[in-house]
Design a binder for this molecule. Structure first.
Ligand SMILES: Nc1ncnc2c1ncn2[C@@H]1O[C@H](COP(=O)(O)OP(=O)(O)OP(=O)(O)O)[C@@H](O)[C@H]1O
Ligand SMILES: [Mg+2]
Length: 300
């Protein structure tokens, strides 16, 4: 996908041959307690990558590390061939629903416009020209929420808010989408529409990372799947990773019902994930749980 629509040149052009994501020996977490241990993987551009793992396994943490909200304690994270902070304007990020505070007054149009903020020379600049308004409306139309443009975002349903957040990521026309449970809370039709759009974006060259609890959907839609449980438990195309052994390893034995072709999978009820080998809170205390570069409402 093109990102050449902005007025400023790309300050840090990266080579087309760079992997979209390259994570090496990443360990990070919060308040001295690690949430991810020694994560390594690399994904080429133009792929649809699914992150899977139980609650608390580190999916959101990995996404935050990939957008530079969390710094590595050890190891490195490169996206689009650069440090995340250097290429943030080429990344469309959608936080997990729980991370957003919708209590502030803003219309849907305002929220999507945030995707067009330019951070330059130490100040945010938003160009309110017709071109930007057209892009905002096109993104809202793409997600079928254009009729809500002047509504208060905080007064929408959860599914409508998901679509607005996706429109906010989409309006940037990013090269990389980092989407934290984008289809959570969507009805079946909306979920398929969003997944169709993601598949189309990947076909057009964008790199897509989606965290999800929907193993069947990952099986059908993803080019690559990364299974996590604080560590990488498996990585590769779904036909190789989505096996009973892998699911048991990742979900700690609390799996599974499998339908024909592996398209229908369910997790049996299980206890909450416990961290057994958390770091002590001494050496990494300085990292606290501060997330760098997001505002008080959870937006980046
Ligand atoms: N802001 C935070 N401060 C302290 N600890 C956190 C914070 N966010 C996450 N954690 C901890 O990090 C671990 C990984 O959490 P994370 O949110 O990455 O999991 P997840 O795989 O996204 O889970 P879910 O499926 O519930 O969204 C958990 O133990 C969680 O308690
Ligand atoms: Mg999460």
């Amino acid at each position: 996908m093109s990102t050449s629509s902005g007025p400023s040149p790309t300050l840090f052009p990266s080579s087309d041959n760079d992997p979209a994501i390259e994570v090496k020996n990443l360990t990070t977490g919060y308040r001295g307690k690690s949430a991810l241990q020694d994560i390594s993987f690399s994904a080429p551009a133009g792929k649809f990558l699914g992150l899977l793992g139980p609650n608390g396994s580190g999916k959101s943490t990995l996404i935050k590390a990939m957008i530079g909200l969390l710094q590595p304690w050890e190891g490195t994270v490169r996206v689009l061939g650069r440090r995340p902070q250097e290429v943030r304007r080429r990344i469309g990020y959608m936080p997990q629903a729980e991370d957003i505070d919708w209590s502030f007054p803003a219309t849907v149009r305002d929220v999507v416009a945030m995707g067009l903020y330019r951070r330059a020379f130490g100040m945010d600049r938003f160009r309110k020209g017709q071109e930007e308004q057209d892009r905002i409306m096109a993104a809202l139309e793409r997600l079928s929420v254009d009729h809500l443009a002047e509504s208060q975002a905080g007064e929408l349903s959860g599914g409508q808010q998901r679509r607005v957040l996706f429109a906010r990521a989409l309006v940037k026309e990013p090269d990389l989408f980092l989407l934290d449970e984008p289809t959570a809370g969507l009805d079946a039709r909306s979920e398929q529409e969003m997944l169709d759009l993601l598949s189309e974006l990947a076909t057009n060259g964008a790199s897509i990372v989606v965290s999800t609890h929907d193993i069947g959907c990952a099986n059908e839609r993803c080019d690559l799947t990364l299974f996590l449980n604080r560590r990488v438990t498996g990585y590769g195309p779904p036909e190789l990773t989505i096996t009973e052994k892998m699911l048991n390893r990742t979900f700690e034995g609390h799996v599974l019902v499998m339908g024909s072709g592996g398209s229908s999978l369910a997790l049996a009820p299980h206890n909450h994930h416990e961290h057994s080998d958390a770091h002590g809170d001494h050496e990494h205390a300085q990292h606290s749980h501060a997330l760098h570069g997001h505002d008080e409402h959870g937006f980046v």
